[in-house]
Design a protein around this ligand. Structure first.
Ligand code: SF4
Length: 729
């Protein structure tokens, strides 16, 4: 019977930025199985999350009705902490709320936001000082990201709108924009098939972008040389030509040493620099690099000078070299400088603008590229048009029916700044859609205190997350598999997602929720979005949103909904209606005013909180193969949860020995900001004196330990490095 009613629907995996195409087999409202489809990023391949991790949509604790906080029930961040049995008490979270109708919940959500807004407006306050902010999501579609930033900007007259890119690649994007005028990748992952040398730095694609890792391994099998640069000896080391396990936090020392070799040994591509780089930049960089000899940097970064010279020569002289990087580069208080050095490597050697070369910051979430493109960032409007530019503001105001001069000229607050402001009472109301800052933000106790202090917090999500547990109004959202929308993967490929299932109970599509809130906040929105996700038809409300968004984005000027329905996927920029898309960009010029790039010297920075006698270990946080980000989805997937059911801290066997603990025993990790306990796992890939803890587990929330030190340019937090003490319990 199940077979007779079986349907197959093609859509996109909801997890990582690789953006694998999937075919979902469903019957009687349940996912039966998932196959890899022949998408541009995966050609049928899938990892364990895409193949077995979609059953979270059927989890019994899905939100299926709107919830309102019961009168008089305080918001208590202590509820989020594990009890004496080591488990968090989700039942206590649920007991704070009562069910409500959609009318009641939407009215309450909008009224609370409007109350704070109207008081601010009455006092003449708007812009950065507006006490309202919003976090959209890179888990949602492009259309949802676009509507979210439009709602915050139009209804509250502020750019206090951001999303998880702030904690992901904000530093990479800042450095790329500064150097080459675009934050996007230059070449797709699959271009490694054309590379002679591949650098993977600060990234663990086997765990975090598994299908991308398969393309890299294929390239190595074909004969490409892989250089792995990471404090941890990650799994790609097995196939690497050289593995540089450097001292955490010394990225600039290592990379500037490579640059020093290139400028001092005549390895600069003079023709490329003359044609494509600002005059004078090379001389300035050469002067800056003088002191960064491999011999001087070796003691700092822990890599011997001969290896640094060998790697620099190999990168510069290979016919085609391609760099991938990840959070290990970006999530530092000197993350922008780390990325500046990587960009300089490519520019000095001309390893960009051709197939098999380039710069590829591996995007984390499935739509972090698209959400950023859509303007879900406090400094820029759609397509990275700066809010400081009056001409760009005027275009948005005209398109959105706002009075001239309505949009503020100053950028808004960023993610961490917003939660600091909430803790200080300067942000008093928030709308959060699909993000879980109570788990993902650095110094989580401080972030949770800020969320709890808000006068009015509206959260829409699939589950009663740690963040939703601190809300006043909780709105049940449709999952990715339950709605139509587009997402843009790490390669800049825009792909159409189709609904596989109907939302459970009263769960509704986030785009519909935004339209309903906008109308209640006085905006004249009439997209007529289907509350149940809807099919991707020529006349769908989501299509109207897509066309409005694409009309504001030169990168999508040749792409409209009708065409996307027909072709399903295309890589932007798409400048005309018959353009096939551009997987490789910057072939002739960079998107800067004069087409030339900037070489920006990278300054040597130190971690904000080095280890010391009181906190003698370095903590690195990150993801693991089976669990995605804060675990909201994967920990509710039966297979993934069975594979990795409890948190572990990974330590080198020497560290275990010095602590006197054995594998499986529990330790307490303590930083200046908080403490967690977890069982230990022996891992020779982690350097001695370093601890690795995934941030997916509420029972041992890694971000209770991390520091909210920010990169001064990109405002990204240093969640890859803080000092901790470790004691047996
Ligand atoms: Fe999904 Fe990423 Fe795995 Fe592909 S590699 S199946 S997009 S999680």
């Amino acid at each position: 019977l199940a077979r007779r009613s079986e349907r197959r629907v093609d859509t996109i995996c909801p997890y990582c930025g690789v953006g694998c195409a999937i075919t979902v087999h469903v019957a009687e409202g349940r996912v039966l199985r998932v196959d890899g489809a022949d998408g541009p990023a995966n050609a049928g391949r899938l990892c364990v999350k895409g193949r077995f991790g979609l059953d979270y949509v059927h989890h019994p604790r899905r939100l299926t009705t709107p919830l309102l906080r019961r009168p008089g029930v305080p918001k208590d961040p202590a509820l989020l902490l594990p009890g004496p049995d080591g488990r968090v008490n989700e039942d206590a979270w649920w007991a704070q709320f009562r069910p409500a109708t959609w009318e009641e919940a939407l009215d309450a959500a909008a009224a609370g936001l409007a109350r704070v807004r109207d008081a601010a407006w009455a006092a003449g306050v708007h812009g950065r000082a507006m006490p309202v902010a919003g976090f959209g999501s890179a888990k949602g579609s492009n259309e949802e990201a676009y509507l979210f930033q439009k709602l915050i900007r139009s209804a509250f007259r502020t750019h206090n709108v951001d999303h998880c890119t702030r904690l992901c690649h904000a530093s990479s994007v800042a450095a790329l924009m500064e150097a080459i005028g675009s934050g996007a990748v230059s070449n797709p992952v699959r271009d490694c098939a054309l590379a002679d040398l591949i650098v993977v730095i600060g990234a663990n694609p086997v765990q975090n972008h598994p299908v991308a890792a398969t393309w890299i391994k294929n390239a190595v099998r074909r004969g490409a040389r892989l250089v792995l640069i990471d404090p941890r000896r990650t799994e790609l080391a097995r196939v690497a030509w050289r593995t540089l396990t450097f001292t955490p936090g010394t990225d600039v020392a290592l990379l500037n040493a490579l640059l020093h070799v290139i400028v001092s040994e005549g390895l600069v591509n003079d023709a490329f620099v003359a044609a494509r780089v600002q005059p004078g930049d090379l001389q300035a960089l050469r002067a800056h690099l003088q002191a960064f000899t491999p011999e001087a940097m070796a003691p700092l970064c822990g890599i011997d000078a001969a290896t640094l010279r060998e790697v620099a020569r190999a990168y510069a002289t290979a016919p085609a070299s391609l760099i991938f990087w990840g959070m290990g580069v970006a999530q530092h208080s000197h993350g922008t400088d780390n990325a500046r050095a990587l960009i300089a490597l490519a520019l000095l050697t001309g390893q960009i603008g051709r197939p098999g070369t380039g710069l590829h910051p591996l995007r984390g979430q499935n739509n972090v590229q698209g959400a950023s493109d859509a303007g879900l960032i406090p400094m820029v409007l759609p397509d990275y048009h700066r809010v400081t530019d009056p001409a760009h503001r005027a275009v948005a105001e005209a398109a959105w029916g706002l009075p001239a001069g309505f949009l503020p000229a100053e950028p808004g607050l960023t993610v961490v700044e917003i939660l600091h402001a909430a803790a200080e009472g300067r942000i008093r109301a928030m709308l959060i859609q699909g993000e879980n800052p109570a788990m993902s933000d650095p110094d989580a106790a401080h972030a949770r205190a800020g969320l709890a202090r808000l006068e009015h917090l509206v959260v829409s999500d699939l589950f009663l997350t740690e963040t939703a547990a601190l809300a006043d109004v909780v709105l049940p959202a449709a999952a990715w598999l339950e709605k139509t929308g587009t997402v843009t993967n790490t390669d800049r490929t825009v792909q159409l997602g189709r609904p596989v299932l109907s939302p459970p109970g009263q769960a509704r599509a986030d785009a519909w929720i935004l339209e309903q809130l906008a109308r209640r906040l006085g905006l004249n929105w009439h997209y007529d979005i289907d509350p149940l996700g809807g099919a991707p038809t020529a006349d769908s409300g989501i299509g109207r949103v897509f066309d409005e968004m694409a009309g504001l984005m030169p990168a999508l000027s040749g792409l409209r909904w009708q065409r996307l329905l027909r072709i399903g996927a295309i890589t932007h920029p798409v400048p005309s209606a018959d353009d096939p898309g551009h997987p490789v960009v910057f072939t002739e010029r960079f998107p800067t005013p004069d087409g030339r790039a900037h070489l920006v010297p990278a300054r040597l920075g130190a971690p904000a909180e080095p280890a010391d006698s009181a906190y003698p270990y370095v903590l690195i946080t990150g993801r693991q193969l089976e669990h995605w980000h804060t675990g909201a989805m994967t920990r509710r997937s039966a297979v993934l949860d069975a594979l990795e059911p409890v948190p572990h801290v990974s330590l080198h066997p020497q560290t275990l020995q010095s602590l006197g603990v054995r594998v499986g025993e529990r330790v307490c990790l303590r930083s200046r900001r908080g403490s967690v306990t977890a069982a230990v796992r022996a891992d020779e890939a982690v350097p001695a004196g370093v601890a690795f803890l995934p941030f997916a587990y509420a029972e041992a929330a890694a971000n209770l330990l991390t520091i909210a030190a920010l990169d001064p340019v990109a405002k990204i937090a240093e969640v890859k490095y803080c000092a901790v003490a470790i004691e047996p319990v």
